[in-house]
Design a protein around this ligand. Sequence first.
Ligand code: SF4
Length: 284
Amino acid sequence: MSKEIFLCAINNVLSGTCAEDCAFCAQSVHYHADIERYNYKFIKQIIEEAKLAKEAGALGYCLVTAGKGLDDKKTEYIATAAKAIKKEINDIHLIACNGLASVEQLKFLKESGIDSYNHNLESSQDYYKKICSTHSWDERYQTCLNVKSVGLSLCTGGIFGMGESYEDRADLIDAILSLQPDAVPLNFYHPNPSLPIKTRNINLDEAIQIISQMHKGLGENKILMVAGGRELLFGGSEKAMFDAGANAIVIGNYLTTRGDEPQSDIEMLDNLGLKKATYCPNHN
Ligand code: SF4
């Protein structure tokens, strides 16, 4: 039987207006990166975009907002969007990715139809201090614990290739696994000349090793996704990525960088003899 690959899509519903100083993020207002910046999208537009993603095969749909974390306005907006999407689209696994979040905020999102919360640890506890001064890694970890405590499914991962050491990578993998997440997105740094981190210090072999290590730790039944940086690092070598244990990809665009057209990803899977999954294991 051919291996099934889970497809997820991202919608950046509030873009590019974050006061934090994460050195890897084009959405920080500190670095003036040349990206599209906009306020909250109309809910109608989000629904239409979700329908298109579902038609293209996405099982998971992630509502992302720039910013340090949830506040009352953002929580209300994501809850409204979740209810509206679930009313119009059946069988869609909704993920929220809105930064730091309290137990109360997460409970409210769950009651409104959100199924999973994504919050990445991004890097090791030690390296994170060197690339962000406005909030701490510990706050990130605590948000992941909050997600689990309210019974949402937890999606957490990180970014590799931001100048971290091998030890930092091992620490990040251990920290992610310590949370026993349901899904892990692995991102590979996409350099942007405006950002303080100018280059990517990871090669294809190292990236494949990371996938394989994460796969061993996570086990068979969890989602292991290659997200940002896939086209840049794995373009033409996707088979190695899936052979190492990845079983999910993001289709369409990322937060601030363009992905391949969904159709070309579907063709890539066909050419490798892989099938699009039709059921998300994290969806109740
Ligand atoms: S908090 Fe999130 S949106 Fe803001 S700069 Fe950091 S990674 Fe980017």
